[in-house]
Design a protein around this ligand. Structure first.
Ligand code: XMP
Length: 434
């Protein structure tokens, strides 16, 4: 392994990932572990150069005082304590407010005391992962559900470098993807990167299962369950697969907050696949934050529009075609979304706005078309900015841009006679309509 590492022990801090990111931004790899890590667990990390005890208020979690194991103090590695009053070689009472000064504050510990080398970068990460995956998989075969989202695409590109033909990707088109998405997956992975790609067009199957289902939760359940069923059927057709690759990333693994004992989540991995389809997991991105996953994708040569995609929900356009999904309204969502994305790109808004999409509700209103009354659907435009998707603000879009998008939708999208812009922040509205 090429990378030095600083180990962060979580003593109830809510800032674990902030500290990990600050150290990584210095070019030094860092991982978070539970406070009760043992000396032998630490020894299993030969590249560890130092430890940070990252404490919360008085290190009290769920009413209990917690501390690290005594044996860690004798492990020979430098220890830095943040907001913690234990036996530490260095003390730091309070974290600086912003991430930039936090980096600065950690520099003397990381470089002068731990003598860590700034060798954490995507080239080294990819080289290490290729070696690890080859060691784990040997000459056996790996299966990956390739949705075309950032994480699964980066996993696919990385595994293709590591094990090439031993990887089989399955792309399930559930009929609720955005315009051009399934084609892009096929073009990038099958045609450009020569991946073994099984493309399953299951659109009809999903649409018939969803017919007349109006309840949003029920729609989500059907899409999720059907997805697993289709994937399972494809997996059974393939012979001799021992591994399932997943795009698990670091925030999936580390729970923020103070639940130190439960820090490593139980894996949701095999995602409901039946018992007799048992796979060992390959998760090469499990150490990366989202921006690092994107950087990894860029380094692997994936197209920018794939790597910098805006977030897109698993149930896809199904949550934006409100009520029971009908083909005409689904097409109206897909076509209006494509127009919105095209025009946002032209206006440079795609780099500025976190998430933008269209919604088609399940009611009509009166309009006029070709001098006659028409009874057609509205399209609602939503464009929001957020940091963590917990709250969101509305992007101010220039009037001429909105007018151009409106005109195009009214002209090009069948069955639509009105365009509205949603001005509601979250809260009270959520980002999606559902
Ligand atoms: P809401 O509507 O709850 O959405 O404000 C917050 C963010 O989550 C996205 N979202 C999903 N992402 N699978 C996902 O990966 C899903 O099922 C899902 N549902 C909502 C939504 O697009 C928004 O960015």
């Amino acid at each position: 392994m090429k990378q030095d590492m600083i180990v962060i022990l979580d003593l109830g801090s809510t800032e674990n990932t902030t500290v990990a990111r600050a150290i990584r931004s210095l070019g030094v790899y860092s991982e978070i572990y539970p406070h009760d890590m043992t000396a032998s667990e630490l020894k299993a990390l030969p590249n560890a150069k130092g430890i940070i005890l990252n404490g919360g208020p008085n290190n009290v979690v769920d009413g209990m005082q917690i501390d690290v194991l005594e044996e860690l103090y004798g492990c020979g590695l430098p220890i830095l304590s943040i907001a913690h009053n234990g036996k530490a070689e260095q003390m730091m009472d309070k974290l600086p407010e912003d991430e930039a000064s936090l980096c600065d504050a950690l520099k003397p510990f990381v470089f002068d005391i731990c003598k860590a080398e700034a060798n954490w970068n995507m080239k080294n990460f990819i080289a290490d992962q290729i070696e690890l995956v080859r060691r784990q998989v040997g000459d056996r075969k790996v299966l990956l559900a390739l949705s075309g989202g950032v994480d699964s695409s980066v996993v696919a590109a990385l595994l293709l470098k590591a094990i090439g033909e031993q990887l089989t990707c399955v792309h399930v088109n559930h009929g609720l993807l955005r315009k051009g998405e399934p084609e892009q997956v096929v073009s990038v992975f099958r045609n450009q990167l020569n991946a073994n790609l099984v493309y399953v067009d299951a659109s009809e199957r999903f649409l018939s299962k969803l017919a007349d289902v109006a309840d949003p939760e029920q729609k989500r359940k059907i899409i999720g369950a059907e997805f697993i069923r289709v994937f399972e059927e494809e997996a059974r057709k393939l012979e001799g697969i021992d591994f399932l690759a997943q795009g698990t990333i670091y925030p999936d693994i580390v729970e923020s907050g103070t639940k130190t004992a439960k820090m490593v989540k139980s894996h949701h991995n095999v995602g409901g696949l039946p018992e007799d389809l048992k796979f060992e997991l390959v998760e090469p991105l499990r150490q990366l934050f989202k921006d690092e996953v994107r950087a990894c994708g860029v380094e692997l040569g994936l197209p920018a529009e794939m790597v910098y995609r805006q977030p897109f929900p698993g149930p896809g356009l199904g949550v934006r075609c409100l009520g029971a999904i009908t083909r005409d309204r689904l097409e109206a969502v897909r076509e209006s979304d494509a127009i919105l994305r095209e025009e946002f790109h032209i206006a440079g808004l795609d780099k500025k706005v976190w998430q933008y999409f269209t919604v088609v509700p399940d009611f009509k209103s009166v309009g006029v078309r070709d001098s006659a009354r028409c009874f057609e659907y509205p399209v609602i435009i939503r464009a929001v900015n957020t940091i963590d998707a917990m709250t969101a603000t509305i992007e101010t879009i220039d009037w001429p841009v909105l007018q151009k998008i409106t005109n195009r939708i009214l002209k090009e999208v069948k069955g639509v006679n009105r365009v509205c812009y949603d001005l509601s922040p979250k809260p009270t509205a959520t980002i999606e309509w559902e």
